[in-house]
Design a binder for this molecule. Structure first.
Ligand SMILES: [Zn+2]
Ligand SMILES: [Zn+2]
Length: 362
C-alpha cells in the first residue's frame, strides 16, 4: 500500500508531503494508522544534520500514537482497533536485557539500530524511518515487539507524548536515577523533556526541584509541573546559585538540553559524596564529555539513559495511568496542535522556544 508522509530529502530543507510505498505487513508485524505525533528536538537535530544518525531522505517522528488496522500472521498480543504507541526501542521480553531489571535496551533494538530497517520507499529507493518509527507518516509497519498497547481513554494528542518526552523525563527520575522522597533535584533545560523530569521528581516526592533555563517563560510554565525554584542562567552562575540554595549541591542533577557545557554544570551542582548526574540531552555529533577522575572519586556519579530506561511494552503504558489519576500534567505539555501540512511551522515554533510540545496530525 501507499502512505502519505512528510519527507526531508536533504539536511536543512523543509519537509514535503510524499506518497511513499509501504512494505506489506509480514509475519509478526502490525500496521498502525498514526493519529497524532509529537515533534521532538532530536527530530530537528536529524533534519538539520547536527545529530543525524539516519541517511536522507528520511521520515522523522518517533512520538506517535494511533490505532492498529491490521496484524500479520503470528501476532498474538495485539489486535485491530487497539490504541498503541510505536516504539523505537522494542521489548522482545525474552533476551537477556529484557529479562534484566537494569535496562530497557532490548537486544533486538541494538540489532535494529545497526540495520536501520525501514518500511518506506520512494521510486524503489529506501526512505529512512527515524528511530525505527517515522511517525510523520500516516501509516507505519512495526514489529510486534515495537508496539505498546495503551489505555483507550487518553486522547491521542496527549497519549503520544508518552512515546518520547514523558518516558525520557519521568523515566529518568523513576527508572534511571531512582530519586527517593525528600531528595533535592536540579534540571538543566526546561523543554518538553526537562519539564517531564520536573514532574517525575514531583511524583517521586522530591523536596526541592530547581529548574535552570535561559528562557524566563519556563519559570511560570515549570510551576505547573512541580518546579519549586527557578534559576535564570542569563542572570546568575547556575552552579553557584544551586550550591548556595542547597547548602552544598543537589542529590540529583539532570541535563535535558543537549549541551556538554551544561552537563558539566549539572555535574558540578551535585553534592560531593553521592551526588548523581543524569545525562539525557543529545549533543551535536562529535561533542565529548570530559571529566576529571578525582571528581568521580569524590563520590559523584554520572548516568545516562535512553527513553528513561522505561521498558516499552511492559512499563511505558503505565505512565498514562499517572495521567488518568491526575498525577501527570500532559494538558500543559502540549502547547500547540497543527495539521500535518504545517509541520515545518511546528519545528519553527520549537526553534524559537515557543512550544513545549507541538503535536501534528494528518
Ligand atoms: Zn524524542
Ligand atoms: Zn529483548
Amino acid at each position: 500500500m501507499k502512505t502519505r508522509a512528510m519527507v526531508c530529502h536533504a539536511p536543512g530543507t523543509p519537509l514535503v508531503e510524499e506518497w511513499l510505498d509501504l512494505a506489506p505487513v509480514g509475519p509478526g508485524e502490525v500496521l498502525i494508522e498514526v493519529i497524532a505525533s509529537g515533534l521532538c528536538h532530536t527530530d530537528l537535530s536529524q533534519l538539520e544534520g547536527t545529530a543525524a544518525p539516519y541517511p536522507f531522505p528520511v521520515v522523522v517522528g518517533h512520538e506517535g500514537a494511533g490505532v492498529v488496522r491490521e496484524v500479520g500472521p503470528g501476532v498474538t498480543s495485539i489486535a485491530p482497533g487497539d490504541h498503541v504507541i510505536p516504539l523505537g526501542i522494542g521489548e522482545c521480553g525474552a533476551c537477556r536485557n529484557c529479562r534484566s531489571e537494569k535496562t530497557n535496551l532490548c537486544e533486538a533494538f541494538l540489532a535494529d539500530i545497526a540495520t536501520q530497517r525501514t518500511p518506506f520507499s520512494l521510486n524503489g529507493q529506501p526512505v529512512a524511518a527515524y528511530s525505527g518509527v517515522g511517525s510523520l507518516a500516516q501509516f507505519v509497519v512495526m514489529a510486534e515487539r515495537n508496539v505498546a498497547v495503551i489505555r483507550k481513554d487518553v486522547p491521542f494528542h496527549l497519549a503520544c507524548t508518552a512515546g518520547c518526552c514523558v518516558a525520557t523525563g519521568v523515566g529518568a527520575v523513576l527508572h534511571t536515577a531512582h530519586v527517593e522522597a525528600g531528595a533535592t533535584v536540579a534540571v538543566f533545560g526546561l523543554g518538553g523533556i526537562g519539564l517531564n523530569v520536573v514532574q517525575g521528581a514531583r511524583l517521586a516526592g522530591a523536596s526541592r526541584v530547581i529548574g535552570v533555563d535561559i528562557n524566563p517563560r519556563r519559570h511560570e510554565q515549570g510551576r505547573r509541573f512541580g518546579l519549586t525554584d527557578f534559576v535564570d542562567a542569563r542572570q546568575v552562575d547556575a552552579v553557584a546559585a544551586i550550591q548556595a540554595m542547597t547548602g552544598g549541591g543537589v542529590d540529583y542533577a539532570f541535563e535535558a538540553a543537549g549541551s556538554v557545557a551544561l552537563m558539566h554544570q549539572a555535574f558540578e551542582s551535585t553534592r560531593i559524596g553521592g551526588g548523581c548526574t543524569v545525562v539525557l540531552g543529545v549533543p551535536p555529533d562529535g561533542h565529548v564529555l570530559q571529566l576529571v577522575p578525582f571528581q568521580l572519586q569524590l563520590g559523584r556519579t554520572v548516568q545516562g539513559s535512553f527513553m528513561g530506561n522505561v521498558k516499552g511494552r511492559s512499563q511505558l503504558p503505565g505512565l498514562l495511568d499517572h495521567y488518568a489519576k491526575g498525577r501527570l500534567n500532559l494538558d500543559d505539555l502540549v502547547t500547540h496542535r497543527l495539521p500535518m501540512a504545517q509541520v515545518n511551522e511546528g519545528f519553527a515554533l520549537m526553534k524559537r522556544g515557543e512550544s513545549l510540545r507541538c503535536v501534528v496530525a494528518f
